[in-house]
Design a protein around this ligand. Structure first.
Ligand SMILES: O=P(O)(O)OC[C@H]1O[C@H](OP(=O)(O)OP(=O)(O)O)[C@H](O)[C@@H]1O
Ligand SMILES: O=C(O)c1cc(=O)[nH]c(=O)[nH]1
Length: 220
């Protein structure tokens, strides 16, 4: 695994690149291509080797903690911390995750479970699977800073949104794959306009349709 092309091939082989459909993303944007990270998370050995590469550019002595936002990046934080620890002369790199309240109370990422103590005053590597708008990564970085951590870098599997440091709080980004892909707002989406059915299996299509139905019902 040494180039974007090789990694892309690997993602394809793992069934992680799905095209020619109508997806809705967590940001609310729409697109015809979906990078199915969950097909990668099925494969621990593959994820381990990807995370080894995600941690490679960083000096392990400089990273105390790896932080990932729930859900997928929890797996990345574990494996990246594991490989950083293996390169460390002494001590262990911790892995913690940032979460959001399911009750709607905590709308921003927070560190529960006593993890705040491991973030405060620590040098932190933030990991994320996919950058589309960079919103989730930016919010994670903001949470680390709010809790008193020092963000050293952001390492991601795939930057599919051409996201730059200025969109994630000025933090340098390392992406295993740079794959700029077109996305649209719902209003400008050509697939919505042409009546292409929304994919309800992957992404946030089900929630999008439910919201649309609720809005339509209110109009009646
Ligand atoms: O750059 P952004 O526009 O923020 O989009 C990227 C985020 O969206 C997806 O999260 P999803 O909600 O699918 O997360 P999960 O399945 O990991 O919970 C993806 O895993 C990133 O976390
Ligand atoms: O932006 C997203 O939500 C998103 C895009 C993508 O390609 N894959 C994914 O799992 N999430």
């Amino acid at each position: 695994m040494s180039s974007d092309a090789t990694l892309m091939e690997l993602f394809e082989q793992a069934g992680a690149i799905i095209t020619n459909s109508h997806f809705v993303y967590s940001s609310g944007r729409h697109s015809s291509v979906y990078l199915n990270k969950d097909a990668l998370y099925l494969r621990p050995e593959l994820i381990s080797s990807l995370c080894e590469r995600m941690g490679q550019p960083y000096d392990p002595e400089q990273i105390d903690v790896v932080v990932g936002p729930v859900i997928g990046a929890v797996i990345l934080s574990q494996w990246t911390a594991y490989h950083l620890t293996r390169r460390k002369l002494s001590g262990e790199t911790r892995a913690v995750f940032a979460e959001k309240g399911s009750d709607g109370v905590d709308k921003q990422f927070f560190f529960g479970r006593g993890y705040d103590k491991f973030v405060k005053g620590s040098n932190v590597l933030v990991v994320e699977d996919i950058l589309t708008t960079g919103g989730s990564a930016r919010q994670t970085i903001e949470a680390v800073r709010r809790y008193g951590g020092n963000v050293i870098g952001l390492s991601v599997l795939c930057n599919r949104g051409n996201v730059g440091p200025e969109q994630v709080g000025g933090v340098p980004i390392h992406a295993l794959v740079e794959l700029p892909l077109q996305t649209y707002t719902a209003e400008e989406c050509p697939f919505c306009r042409d009546g292409v059915p929304v994919n309800t299996e992957l992404g946030k299509g089900r929630a999008f349709l439910a919201k649309q139905q609720a809005a339509d019902a209110q109009k009646l």
